[in-house]
Design a protein around this ligand. Structure first.
Ligand code: ZN
Length: 298
């Protein structure tokens, strides 16, 4: 069904990722004639607070392993820690608009990435709804049309979140890790918005584990591709649009040489045919702190 296609998803978490990483990636996509799906964070950039959680040992290990300050730039440490975070959509709407006009699919990552990632399971349905609505309204104002999809930060997918998302204009979502496109079940009822799970690990999950380094990262990632099955790759504007840009260009070249092409996630949804129902579980995941939404496969 999907042949040799890679659904390419770009998560944009920060002000700097939007300002620097997104234009870099858009230029690369033009060069190789690639259309992809962007998930933008559009409210305050409070990601510095995220890094201050280094006080937790598991998180400190991950930051050391992936050199977070090197990836995100030194100012990330202060974002949202001493003053309210800069509003990304307000200041960098033109970057988001350019991505839309280049023909990429525009989705919502979050209003406040840090808050959702850290607190989603403590937020009320009203708080979740308010956050989604603010994000949708901001992207709609920038692009002149509503975002077609959304992807929760950190794959922190809960039933409460999916119920609130169902009220928004998204035609599909990408909130979990898994194997194939499916329709999530809540209380035995399948949702209309389908799920496109991410099938491959991210840079910060695998770097420094099991002998994977920048020298063999592309070999490892190419070995993750599964012809004839769903292949969804998540990159980050902060990493592949910055420090890892050259390495990512090499990945594109090698994948294309092997007969792979890149697509938006929406294109893969259209090609999916009959879509099965399934569950999303909350499980721990290699290279990530805490729990993630994972497709239940049995
Ligand atoms: Zn993110």
């Amino acid at each position: 069904m999907h042949n040799k296609k890679i659904g390419l998803r770009i998560d944009v978490d920060t002000f700097r990722g939007t300002k620097v990483g997104v234009p870099n990636l858009n230029a690369l996509f033009k060069k190789y004639d690639i259309k992809a799906t962007y998930y933008f964070s559009v409210g305050p950039d409070n990601m510095g607070r995220h890094l201050w959680r280094m006080l937790k040992p598991a998180f400190a290990w991950k930051m050391l392993r992936t050199n977070a300050a090197g990836l995100y730039g030194p100012e990330i440490i202060f974002m949202g820690t001493m003053w309210p975070g800069i509003q990304i959509g307000k200041r960098l709407g033109h970057v988001i608009k350019e991505s839309f006009e280049d023909g990429h699919e525009i989705g919502l990552h979050s209003w406040d990435h840090h808050r959702i990632q850290a607190k989603i399971d403590k937020m009320s349905p009203q708080q979740i709804e308010a956050a989604l609505t603010k994000g949708v309204n901001c992207l709609t104002k920038i692009c002149g049309q509503a975002p077609v999809s959304s992807a929760v930060p950190g794959w922190r997918c809960t039933d409460a979140l999916l119920i609130e998302k169902a009220k928004q204009p998204f035609s599909y979502n990408s909130d979990c890790r898994g194997e194939f496109i499916f329709r999530p079940l809540i209380d035995g009822k399948a949702l209309k918005q389908v799920q496109v799970p991410v099938t491959m690990p991210t840079y910060d999950e695998v770097l420094g584990r099991d002998g994977v380094s920048d020298d063999n990262y592309n070999d490892f990632m190419l070995s993750q591709l599964r012809p004839g099955k769903l292949n969804i790759l998540t990159i980050h504007a902060e990493a592949e649009g910055g420090k890892c840009l050259e390495m990512f260009e090499q990945y594109i070249l090698r994948a294309q040489k092997d007969g792979w092409s890149f697509a938006t996630l929406g294109e893969l949804v259209k090609e999916a045919g009959e879509i099965p129902e399934g569950k999303i579980m909350q499980e721990s995941f290699p290279g990530r702190e805490g729990w993630l939404g994972v497709q239940g496969i049995n």
